[in-house]
Write a protein that binds this ligand. Structure first.
Ligand code: NAD
Ligand code: UFG
Length: 337
């Protein structure tokens, strides 16, 4: 299939392009490089032996977007492009809604105009909010989001479902990611942190590399086995493989499917820290501080639907996730960012 990948030079997008190419698909990447670099195209080529076509285009630029659709005959779109920092979205909500909602609507309008009916969208476990019991099941529906980023994901899910209802030939898979971590085993692509990392893994990696003195563990008084927050960490390469299965599923079906992508297992902050210590071969200092506002205690996926519908099951465990993450961060100084 010829597939448009928006946000394809980003963290999850770049890994997905590698897996799509490996499965014989033709990839066209669209990205405005707000949070990534064109050098990622070279690295995808190094890993796969194939250089994907690249457009430096903003999804807010309707004319630029139309040019991409005029010049290509796409069968499907995988839509990653967007902003993703939860805290920032609270501070600048309109910027988030403009990019994540208006930008997405521009893309969906172009898909409609050019008759492209198959879509995979990057949603998030954050749409469950704190309303339901773990493991989170797709049938729960949408919970109460607590920040504009989460709300933008929820609104996208609703918009896409409405479009699918209006056009019975359309087909969408809404993937609700849990916590993607890790990197490609080549050490060439991964998540390049921008400023002080908000997420656990990039922060731990910077403690391991000596850039940060210690990890702040946000609370050890949660109702969890060791008191620290529990999440469902999924290797980004597993997540990328799920996208290949999802877009192939979308091409063969119609309607809307919401599918969780995680491992179904929860690990605490302390368990991740210990796994990372094993991967990097040293002790990592930490201090327990107050809970981070908005955090929930436990979040992990029910993964049955991904298995049944897509035949997808995550393969990599947290040791492998931490090893691959450490390899990438240790290699960062050799990489032309
Ligand atoms: P990322 O920032 O690495 O990738 C997003 C890419 O989109 C970047 O390359 C950025 O330059 C591009 N982009 C942003 N705005 C754009 C615009 N207006 N036009 C064109 N390109 C634009 O993020 P990621 O971690 O790879 O996440 C990909 C998607 O998955 C996002 O939609 C994100 O919200 C979603 N998601 C991520 C996580 C996570 O933990 N990483 C969890 C759940 C959902
Ligand atoms: N944590 C720390 N110290 C840190 C960073 C995180 O103790 O420096 C803890 C958090 O309190 C939480 C766990 O590590 O218990 C994971 O935190 P992350 O920030 O890595 O991930 P979240 O689960 O909070 O959020 C992520 C994405 C969101 C997405 C959500 C959906 O960042 O975009 O998963 O599950 F919405």
């Amino acid at each position: 299939m010829k597939i448009l990948v928006t946000g394809g030079t980003g963290y999850i997008g770049s890994h997905t392009c590698v897996e799509l190419i490996g499965s014989g698909h033709e990839v066209v990447i669209l990205d405005n490089l707000y949070n990534s670099s064109e050098n990622v195209i070279d690295r995808i080529e190094t890993i796969t032996g194939v250089r994907p076509a690249f457009y430096r285009t903003d999804i807010l630029d309707k004319e630029g977007l139309e040019k991409v659709f005029q010049e290509n005959d796409f069968e499907a779109v995988i839509h990653f492009a967007g902003y993703k920092a939860v805290g920032e979205s609270v501070a600048i909500p309109l910027t988030y809604y403009e990019n994540n909602i208006s930008g997405s609507i521009n893309l969906y309008q172009m898909m409609k105009k050019y008759g492209v009916r198959n879509l995979v969208f990057s949603s998030s476990a954050t749409v469950y909010g704190d309303d339901f019991e773990v493991p989170f099941k797709e049938e729960y529906g949408l919970g109460t989001t607590t920040n504009p980023y989460g709300t933008s994901k929820k609104m996208n899910e609703m918009i896409i479902t409405d479009m699918d209802n209006a056009d019975p030939e359309r087909s969408s898979v809404l993937l609700r990611y849990f916590n993607p971590i890790g990197a490609h085993s080549s050490g060439l692509i991964g998540e390049i942190p921008n400023g002080i990392p908000n997420n656990l893994l990039p922060y731990v990696a910077q403690v391991a590399s000596g850039q940060r003195e210690y990890l702040r563990v946000f609370g050890n008084d949660y109702d969890t086995p060791d008191g620290t927050g529990v999440r469902d960490y999924v290797h980004v390469v597993d997540l990328a493989r799920a996208h290949v299965k999802a877009i192939e599923y979308a091409a063969e079906h119609t309607g809307t499917e919401v599918i969780n992508i995680g491992t179904g297992k929860g690990y605490s902050v302390m368990q991740i820290l210990k796994a990372y210590e094993k991967a990097c071969g040293k002790e990592l200092p930490y201090k327990v501080v107050d809970r981070r506002p908005g955090d929930i205690a436990v979040c992990y996926a029910d993964t049955k639907k991904a298995e049944e519908l897509l035949g997808f099951k995550a393969e990599y465990d947290i040791d492998r996730m931490c090893e691959d993450s450490y390899r990438f961060y240790a290699n960062l100084e050799n990489i032309d960012k």
